[in-house]
Design a protein around this ligand. Structure first.
Ligand code: HEC
Ligand code: HEC
Length: 171
């Protein structure tokens, strides 16, 4: 490549990065993993039927919608008393994908159209793009069950850690 052309390419990639930074897409101090978060009521009430899903996996509007419809939660009645429901809803909102500054939450958020309010993490474009090489049969293995059982393959999923060193697909 000619020297001047190399320079041009460099300049344009630098400015593309600053546009991303300005739009809040990524930032230098954002961490790769989601931070571990805790709330006793969330842990007690949201881990009885499935693993505990980190709040950074969905935007605030998704958690809001989910918490407002717990009596019809994916065909189950997961209702709570009002005080508990409000506390958990607040905790989820505060730590949701749009309130976090880590790369994964940012990417999840960016993969959801502003007009959509998904209730399933497994239906976000980010999730499908990261798992498109895994066969449907693999998710159905006895030790996994479904794509929603993140913790079967990501052993630190409940802590918000989806790093590659923590992935193991059970046979
Ligand atoms: C009574 C059982 C029950 C309780 C309690 C419960 N859930 Fe669920 N949840 C389900 C079922 C059933 C599904 C759907 C599972 C499936 O089809 O893969 C589900 C699915 C989900 C999903 C979507 C997973 C995905 O990406 O596909 C999220 C997120 C979720 N629950 C969050 C919560 C939160 C937050 C709480 C606590 C307020 C909670 N759940 C409490 C039964 C429950
Ligand atoms: C059957 C096992 C399995 C299940 C279940 C599963 N994953 Fe994954 N996941 C993988 C594998 C394997 C990769 C690595 C894909 C690659 O790098 O090509 C991955 C990649 C990822 C990544 C990106 C990691 C990176 O460094 O780029 C994220 C984030 C992630 N998964 C989140 C989830 C969430 C959230 C759930 C549950 C809703 C889930 N996964 C369920 C196997 C699984």
């Amino acid at each position: 490549m000619k020297k001047w052309l190399q320079f041009l390419v460099l300049i344009s990639s630098v400015s593309a990065t600053s546009v991303l930074l300005a739009s809040g897409g990524f930032s230098d101090n954002s961490t790769r993993q989601m931070p571990a978060v805790a709330n006793a009521k969330w842990k007690a009430e949201c881990s009885g039927c499935h693993m505990l899903y980190h709040p950074g996996l969905l935007p605030e509007r998704s958690w809001h919608k989910m918490m407002a419809g717990l009596d019809k939660h994916f065909g189950e009645n997961a209702s709570l008393d009002v005080a508990t429901q409000n506390e958990i809803a607040q905790f989820l909102a505060l730590n949701s994908a749009d309130k976090q500054d880590n790369r994964r939450s940012n990417r999840i958020n960016q993969s959801i159209p502003a007009s959509a309010t998904p209730l399933r993490i497994t239906e976000t474009a980010y999730f499908t793009s990261k798992h498109d090489e895994i066969a449907a049969n693999t998710f159905k293995r006895k030790n996994i069950g479904s794509a929603a059982n993140c913790v079967a393959c990501h052993k630190a999923a409940e802590k918000g850690d989806f790093s590659e060193s923590q992935i193991r697909i059970p046979r």
